[in-house]
Design a protein around this ligand. Structure first.
Ligand code: 5GP
Length: 112
């Protein structure tokens, strides 16, 4: 069971801001911006590069959820960033696909 499956199963507490049949969104335990939320599919796809054609609808669903979460956090006007980390060079630490939603401050580009 992945760490995020344990959060989905309420075995580990999290500050959940959205949940539906296919995904959950909760605040990152180590926020890198005033708003830092992870949008996570309930299906434990390890990382984006391992998603398959069967995940097409789910991935679209996650992106719509990102927009809803950002809007609920009041980020629509000020802006926000959406990040997915794949593997070592991407900085992935939890092998369960997740989308970072970061906002509430101006973010630099390019990332470090
Ligand atoms: P990654 O580095 O894999 O892209 O992102 C994993 C994220 O999960 C990190 O930003 C990390 O702070 C967050 N994280 C790790 N463990 C926990 C946890 O137990 N609870 C919550 N809410 N976030 C976690």
């Amino acid at each position: 069971m992945t760490l995020f499956e344990k959060i989905i199963a309420r075995q580990i507490p999290a500050d959940i801001v959205h949940e539906d049949d296919h995904c959950i969104a909760f605040r990152d335990i180590s926020p890198q911006a005033p708003v830092h939320i992870l949008v996570v599919p309930k299906k434990p796809i390890p990382r984006i590069g391992e998603a398959g054609p069967e995940d097409q609808v789910l991935l679209g669903h996650l992106m719509i959820a990102v927009g809803k979460v950002a809007k609920n956090e009041g980020l629509s006007e000020s802006g926000f960033r959406v990040v997915m980390n794949h593997g070592l060079h991407g900085g992935e630490t939890v092998p369960h696909l997740h989308i970072h939603v970061l906002g509430g401050r101006s973010l630099e580009w390019p990332p470090g």
